[in-house]
Ligand binder design. Structure first.
Ligand code: AMP
Ligand code: MG
Length: 398
């Protein structure tokens, strides 16, 4: 049995980064950048007006109201490119270039334009007023995002601004998902006596795709070594990662490990000091990484978040591959297992003092996925410890 930290290190060590490819910008959310994103222009590219109004020299508005000569107009996309002189003013729109010579803008509400080619400035302005200077947001040549960052929706506008219609991202790992168990039936079926619907395969499919893997869900394999070996061998051809659920414990019909050993897989770990998820297996056969997750849906979800997700992100070249950690105050006591470090599903909330509070969820063990289904975090409790209500604990965001 190995420590969680050791298991994570092994996943990191054995996972190779895939090649990069170009993808259309709109399809890149959740994918991993494989190039530095560099500003190809200053932003703004010119001194830009923040207001609809009039540009002038601030000193000319001393003792306002004053009347200035209206000598032109600067609109967005059609600037006024002469040089403004003393006691002159140019009508200007939001987003338009501020004319050379002027040093401030007065907003339209504090002006009155007349029909005889002049404008009254009703209140004085000051230097730099309502002007965003060229390069104030970013300077040309600066790295905006770094290779290894996961692209979020919030980053898309910046990528677009610098002309990245196509972005270099990590290739999507091909993940095959294999549910096993003689009792497991497809979700389209009404389970017969002693049967259980296959909730794991679709759950893992969704989780993998959320981390931008491309997935194939394989037909369920029975608890027979020959059936398992056949399914595993077939899956290897088209998968960078094979995720198997079920059959990894010590029961008479838990054959996943035997099947892997007989096929000649290299096993990196097959027991982790973790609850839930102790029997998790990590192996490689040919070039394919194999995760054998426990069949219990909650164990499968927790081990996915800790180990499989890490491999999927690493393959894409992500610089941060572990689930995001934090600290929260506990809303109820949380008890760790005696001999295994424990991750308890929890729901986050904030309290009136602005603290993040994690409420460990009532659940009935690792098969209780209904209790787990609204969890947005896991509370970490070191083995043998109890963390009391009101104390702080480490959490992982799901
Ligand atoms: P196992 O890991 O094979 O011992 O399975 C542990 C528990 O998880 C058993 O109650 C199984 O019926 C259940 N289980 C296994 N595979 C799945 C699956 N694909 N979907 C839902 N439950 C499963
Ligand atoms: Mg089973």
């Amino acid at each position: 049995m190995i420590e969680i930290s050791k298991a994570l290190k092994l996943v990191d060590r054995e996972t190779a980064i895939l090649a990069a490819e170009k993808a259309a910008l709109a399809d890149t959310v959740g994918r991993v950048l494989r190039e530095n994103i560099v500003a190809d222009t200053d932003l703004p590219p010119f001194d830009r007006s923040q207001m609809d109004g009039y540009a002038m020299i601030a000193a000319d508005t001393k003792g306002a109201p004053v009347t200035l000569d209206l000598v032109g107009e600067s609109a967005a996309g059609r600037g006024w490119h002469k040089t403004l002189k003393a006691r002159q003013s140019v009508r200007i729109m939001t987003g338009a270039p501020v004319p050379k010579g002027s040093d401030s803008v007065q907003k339209i509400e504090l002006t009155r334009e007349s029909t005889n080619g002049s404008v009254d400035i009703l209140e004085p302005t000051e230097k730099g007023r309502f002007i965003v200077r060229k390069g104030a947001e970013i300077k040309k040549g600066k790295v905006v995002f770094e290779s290894g960052e996961v692209i979020t929706a919030g980053m898309i506008a910046s990528l677009a601004s610098f002309g990245y219609a196509k972005v270099k991202v990590g290739k999507q790992p091909r993940v095959a998902i294999l549910g096993t168990g003689s009792e497991i039936v497809d979700i389209t079926k009404k389970p017969g006596r002693d049967q259980i619907r296959n909730s794991n395969s679709v759950m893992l499919d969704v989780l993998c795709r959320k981390s931008r893997a491309s997935t194939t869900v394989l037909p369920i394999a029975k608890d027979e070594i020959s059936d398992l070996k056949f399914a595993i061998r077939n899956a290897l051809k088209k998968a960078d990662i094979l995720v198997i659920t079920g059959g990894v414990s010590v029961g008479k019909y838990d054959h996943t490990k035997t099947a892997l050993a007989e096929l000649g897989a290299e096993i990196f770990f097959d027991k982790v000091r973790l609850k839930p998820g102790k029997p998790a297996v990590f192996a490689r056969l040919g070039k394919t990484l194999i995760f054998g997750l426990p069949g219990n849906p909650v164990s499968a979800a927790v081990t996915f978040h800790l180990f499989v997700r890490k491999a999927i992100l690493k393959m894409q070249g992500a610089s941060a591959t572990d689930a995001k950690k934090g600290i929260a105050v506990l809303g109820a006591d949380a008890k760790g297992a005696r001999e295994r470090d424990t991750y308890l599903p929890s729901l986050l909330d904030t309290n009136s003092s602005g603290q993040l509070v994690a409420h460990p969820m009532k659940w009935h063990g690792s098969s209780d996925f209904i209790g787990f289904s609204r969890a947005d975090s896991l509370v970490f409790v070191p083995r043998g410890e109890t963390i009391g209500k009101g104390e702080t604990a480490s959490i992982v965001f799901l």
